[in-house]
Write a protein that binds this ligand. Structure first.
Ligand code: R5P
Length: 320
């Protein structure tokens, strides 16, 4: 390695391995272990002075552990006189608390964005951030989207860094050659991305009106758009407890959809998600590997995992 080094915390070593393979470099040497009292210890075991240091670490479950590890690696790189520290956070956890809904709550997305800067992070490469509020908090140099429009923008510019996984998902869906395709937005919040995906896939669009009852319970109230007898793909940024997706699948099937697919960038798959998706009349659950999917894949046979490693590697190579 010369002018840059790529390190990985423990959050998603498989993805980090794929990224460095794409880049044709080796992962930087980093020791991570636990102190006897379970505090985290890290040590960068090579010279990073004057280099651009990339740290690949989605802040997925266990989010608290992964965040602390990321802060410590960044601090270590800063003290080792790295030129610039770039946190590559394919999944930015704690993003859904991006505003105060009930008095007395924190804004976790803003807090952790601030702590990243305090730890020495100069730039962030992010992918499909939950909301524009989160984007403002972390001001990512790179917010990766898998949308071709933004991809080509990335090609033209020196990597703006909010990446989107939608082109990756679009390519996969195109190869399926599904006829009479409708892209379905599971709520109004996901409509912008779903509309862009429908444009790329040359498909129709439909939108579900969703009401959230609690963190894990939602109700799909009604749908706008023609889905009867059609192949439907529901697109969202996150599948967490799959409450949103299972309600959406249910209403689509009830109203006569032919086949239903679901796709999301981040397969959090927490709580009852796997059980719900196993039970749901859905053909395929498509996610990317921003979060490790090995264990999920064992329990959910209809899970298809697409890799975002080439997108991340391309962004890194432009910033290196
Ligand atoms: C909501 O704003 C998000 O885009 C997702 O729809 C939501 O986080 C999914 O959560 P769950 O899978 O628990 O319904």
């Amino acid at each position: 390695m010369s002018g840059f080094a790529v390190f990985s915390g423990n959050a998603n070593k498989e993805l980090a391995g794929q990224v460095v393979k794409e880049l044709g470099v080796k992962l930087g040497r980093l020791k991570t272990e636990k102190f006897p009292d379970n505090e985290t210890y890290v040590r960068i075991e090579e010279d990073v002075e004057g280099k651009n240091v990339f740290i690949i670490q989605p802040t997925c479950n266990p989010a608290n552990e992964n965040l602390v590890e990321l802060f410590l690696i960044a601090d270590a790189a800063k003290r080792a006189k790295a030129r610039k520290i770039i946190a590559v956070i394919p999944y930015f956890g704690y993003a859904r608390q991006d505003r105060i809904v009930r008095e007395g709550e924190p804004i976790s997305a803003q807090l952790f964005a601030g702590l990243l800067r305090k730890a020495g992070v100069n730039e962030v490469v992010a992918m499909d951030l939950h909301s524009s509020a989160v984007e403002k908090f972390i001001r990512p140099e790179t917010h990766l989207h898998a949308l071709p429009k933004i991809q080509s923008y990335l090609e033209r510019k020196q990597a703006k860094k909010h990446l989107h996984a939608l082109p990756v998902i679009a390519d996969y869906l195109k190869k399926k050659g599904l006829k009479n395709l409708v892209v379905v937005s599971p709520d109004l919040g996901a409509l912008k991305n779903a509309t862009e995906q429908a444009r790329v896939l040359n498909a129709d669009i439909a939108v579900i009106h969703k009401k959230r009852i609690s963190g894990s319970r939602v109700i799909a109230e009604k749908i706008e758009g023609d889905i009867r007898g059609k192949n439907c793909v529901i697109i969202d940024d996150i599948i967490s407890t799959a409450g949103t997706m299972s309600q959406a699948i249910g209403i689509l099937k009830k109203l006569g959809a032919k086949n239903v697919f679901v796709a999301a960038t981040h397969g959090v798959l927490a709580g009852k998600a796997i059980a719900r998706l196993n039970k749901a009349p859905v053909k395929e659950v498509i996610v990317t590997n921003t979060i490790p999917q090995k264990e999920h894949r064992k329990k959910l046979k209809k899970l298809k995992v697409l890799s975002v490693a080439p997108l991340l590697a391309s962004a890194i190579s432009k910033m290196a």
